[in-house]
Write a protein that binds this ligand. Structure first.
Ligand code: ZN
Length: 194
């Protein structure tokens, strides 16, 4: 899924109960959405995808479940990048790991920037502390990311409607990737409860 390095693109390093990590990249910079793999495994998967390590600018957490944050502190330290999370998610993460240090906070509904990326976080229905999905923009292109959704409610569908590319995962053992050229009816089916 590596597109031209200059355009906004997405590389799923892995998804499912063993670990989740999605690299969003544009113009030689990248942000990592979730760090569910060990540092060793994250490095191996980035190398395999042809992604240089120095392109990483931040790790952004969707929610606190272990398969999304297993490598969080170690990866953030190694790549020397800040961690972004919602306040409730950050509270849980810091309670669990007192070495985590300061996190950058964001809130669903308020867009924010990390280097050249503009992120629009939105709430998703999932059994976690303030879980979010993202619409991420760089230049003219938009990518939608929503993992671990049991189902897509109207708000999620609205948020993801105008994206060029969607990364959607649900039900923990179904790894789904919907590409941009598919009709909305199909995307809706992929995002459905089943
Ligand atoms: Zn989860």
């Amino acid at each position: 899924m590596v597109s031209s390095q200059n355009q906004l693109g997405v590389t799923v390093l892995g998804s499912g109960s063993k670990g989740n990590a999605v690299l969003v990249h544009c113009g030689g910079e990248a942000i990592l959405i979730d760090a569910g793999f060990s540092l060793k495994e994250t490095r191996r998967r980035m190398a395999e995808a042809g992604m240089p390590e120095d392109m990483l600018r931040a790790i952004v957490v969707t929610h606190e479940h272990d398969d999304h944050v297993r490598g969080l502190r170690v990866c953030a330290n190694y790549y020397d990048v800040p961690i972004y999370a919602t306040r409730r998610c950050a509270d849980v993460l810091r309670r669990r790991d007192d070495k985590l240090g300061q996190l950058a906070l964001f809130a669903a509904g308020s867009s924010f920037s990390i280097s050249r990326f503009v992120l629009e976080p939105f709430s998703i229905p999932h059994d976690a502390n303030d879980p979010v999905g993202f619409v991420i923009r760089c230049g003219e292109r938009k990518i939608g990311i929503a993992t671990d959704m049991g189902h897509a409610n109207a708000m999620v569908k609205y948020q993801l409607r105008a994206c060029d590319t969607l990364v959607v995962e649900s039900n923990h053992d179904m790894n789904l990737l919907a590409a941009s050229t598919r009709p909305w009816s199909l995307k809706q089916r992929i995002m459905g409860r089943h």
